[in-house]
Design a protein around this ligand. Sequence first.
Ligand SMILES: [Fe+2]
Length: 393
Amino acid sequence: MSGLDRFTFDIPSKLRFGCGVMDEIQKSSLPGKRLMIVTGGRTIRENGTVDRLVKLVQPKVDSFVLFDDVHANPSLASVMKGSAIARENKIDVLIGLGGGSALDTAKGIAAMAVNDGSLWDYTASGSGSGKSMANKPLPLIAIPTTAGTGSEGNKTAVITDTDRKEKIGVRTDFVYSAYVDPELTLSIPSRHTAEQGFDAFCHCLEAFLSVKANPFSDVLALAGLKALWKWLPEAVEHGSNIEARYWVSYGSMMGGMVLYLSSASGAHTIEHMLSGINPAVSHGGGLAMIFDAFHKKQADNVPQRYTEVADALGIASGLSETEKADALLCSMREWKSGLGLDRLKLREYGFTPDQVDEMVRMTHWVGGGPLTRDRHRLTDDDLEEILLKSLER
Ligand SMILES: [Fe+2]
């Protein structure tokens, strides 16, 4: 970032946001007649959200298939299974209804229903082949029922090949349109609200800190950070507070868009390594477990952008640059602890200090772009230090 940065805002989707906005799908035309609904969560089946969507869209299509073989840390196997069903049923439009896992699985199916081979052929990360897709993915309508990944607002699907233990992002024009309805998040349990919302906070923070940041991404990143800083603790504490849910959904959507306008950082790469090795690590939980050590390393080397975040969040006015960055780190640790995320320990997920060399190697292997987007480019020694400190927590 030089202060006069070029940027491109290229999100090929119509985003509708607000309470009750899901019902608007009934009035909109769908870009196809043979529909697959991709959904995962038991909660949204049990609370009637899936049935409600079916009632809204069934009159608009000739046929529909419900695909619900979706898992946390969505898998390549699930994407390939869903795309085979989509081909068999000549699906021409998809709706992803659920959390980031459902949306990213739907993205993968939309791509692989019309392209040959494996999704791994179309990524350059890990053991992927880095080919270009011959065909544009099927149109996908995203309806998030959680607030965290912001997947509806960007071009990335994060998928895990559980056999190869690789969790990577695949990028293309995935989302046709989205309905972001905060009312759908009212039933999310407190723990998931915290982990998902923390992911959104990390998107905004990392995008602000990234070397890819620009004046436009800064506006969105700071708007998301302020909304989440104020309202996520309330949404965790009182899940039925619709005002809190509104602003957390808003922060999540800002985070999803700003990831594309700027980028995630090395923290996301380290987390993808962790949950690639052990899929029981939730994405937000993994980010929380390495958060303190990662940001300490960055802030010690390049404090200036941290002081701007401190100013935006109203923390520690009048202090020097270094003092202000330290005060922000301290406040963020307390905030994270207040969300109940300090209970998560890397050791309890089976990671040990003698694995650190392998973890550093795997971080580079799944790496891709984000590792190159930190203002302080992490060395292997830095990665080792961050992982060891995170293991000591
Ligand atoms: Fe994330």
